[in-house]
Design a protein around this ligand. Structure first.
Ligand SMILES: [Zn+2]
Ligand SMILES: [Zn+2]
Length: 397
């Protein structure tokens, strides 16, 4: 593995920052302390910053040479509303909040890269280091874009990275095209007519109607979508009634839909609504159909993905780069950035969890798990990737 020596030597400092951020997790759009640390470090290292894009977002601007070209490197800063089970020294000091997705590590890796880039400036153009808020359900990436990220920071391409538990530390995974799914929520209310449960003939039973809808929805994926297009429709909540002898007047179906393309999503939403409204009509009931699109599918651009794979291969060797990783049905708001700019998002292996020394919560080291911890061995690996990527992209003439 060809890491960058000064970054490896800077490991202790970056690890200290990572663990400090881990101990002080902040939820979406509340990353005030974290953003202050980022801003303070960048300023200390002589990097001009922009604050306020996406409320708590911070962007560092590192110039090397006169080229008008630019590249964006993005990390997320927010934590999750998860009570941490770990008891090691850097465990969360904020009850009910935890860095259970490793965004503390993402922030630290990008800081490590920014430090090196500012000291060496071995590139021609501008590197924008983007520290975004609210990846966890707050669409912080979209908010930064809406606040003018790409106008204020003109860049040709933007790149992202997320740690991936289960993949060995020192390995990377990526694929061109769809890599993560769109995430969407539905909430469908069936409005029928309640009655005494002993007099069902006086009702139009919303429970039976909801059950029929739930069953029929399963045909959307088996009969309507192309078998080659992966998709998920999961009903995760059914609510109705409060007594054993009353037929209620309404019932609710709530859940999530995941797809790798907007076309499949359009089809699924259309079919779900048609099935729900026609089934309800058949049972003399009405529906209220509420379908919310949260994050779009994350689609890597082929050219930038090939570029990232070349950089990674030179750094860790082809045997440690899976350039055809299986896409995952989880989602990620970096997808918004890839709708505006070409770019690529990679997974960096976080290992199986053996990096957690004493005091971890004994549970699996999976994302969003209360025993999770970011693997500090990745800090110089991820930071070296950022630097090599920026230097190759903005290659000196
Ligand atoms: Zn997460
Ligand atoms: Zn995450």
């Amino acid at each position: 593995m060809k890491l960058i020596d000064p970054i490896v030597q800077f490991h202790a400092e970056i690890q200290k920052i990572r663990r400090d951020i881990h101990a002080h997790p902040e939820l979406r759009y509340e990353e005030v302390r974290t953003a202050d640390i980022v801003a303070q470090k960048l300023t200390e290292w002589g990097i001009p910053i922009i604050r306020g894009l996406g409320i708590t977002g911070v962007v560092g601007i590192i110039k090397g040479g006169d080229s008008p070209r630019g590249i964006g490197l993005r990390a997320d800063m927010d934590a999750l509303p998860v009570p941490e089970l770990n008891t090691f020294a850097h465990a969360s000091r904020h009850a009910g909040k935890m860095h259970a997705c490793g965004h503390d590590g993402h922030t630290a890796m990008l800081l490590g890269a920014a430090h090196y880039l500012s000291q060496h400036r071995n590139f021609d153009g501008t590197v924008y280091v983007i520290f975004q808020p609210a990846e966890e359900g707050g669409a912080g990436a979209e908010r930064m874009i809406r606040d003018g990220l790409f106008e204020q920071c003109p860049m040709e391409a933007v790149f992202g990275m997320h740690n991936w538990p289960g993949m060995q530390a020192g390995q990377f995974g990526v694929t061109p095209g769809p890599m993560m799914a769109s995430s969407n929520e539905f909430e469908v209310t069936v409005k029928g007519k309640g009655s005494h449960a002993a007099q069902p003939h006086k009702s139009s039973d919303p429970v039976m109607t909801a059950v029929q809808i739930a069953q029929s929805w399963q045909t959307v994926i088996s009969r309507n979508t192309n078998p080659n297009d992966a998709a998920v429709l999961s009903i995760t909540q059914i609510h109705a009634g409060s007594a054993t002898n009353v037929i209620p007047d309404s019932a609710q179906l709530i859940g999530t839909v995941r797809t790798f393309s907007t076309e499949v999503l359009d089809l699924m939403e259309r079919r779900m609504e048609a099935i729900a409204s026609h089934t309800a009509a058949a049972f003399d009931a009405d529906i209220k159909f509420d379908f919310r699109r949260n994050y779009p599918p994350l689609v890597n651009h082929p050219k930038e993905t090939a570029f990232a794979v070349d950089v990674l291969t030179a750094m860790v060797g082809a045997e440690n780069v899976n350039a055809d990783i299986e896409p995952t049905m989880s989602s990620e708001d970096f997808a918004f950035m890839l709708q505006h700019k070409p770019g690529c998002y990679v997974f960096i292996g976080n290992g199986e969890g053996s990096h957690r020394d004493g005091g971890h919560g004994l549970g699996p080291c999976n994302l969003h798990n209360p025993s999770y911890d970011f693997n500090d061995h990745l800090l110089p690996i991820g930071a070296s990737y950022w630097v090599r990527l920026a230097e190759a992209f903005l290659k000196k003439p």
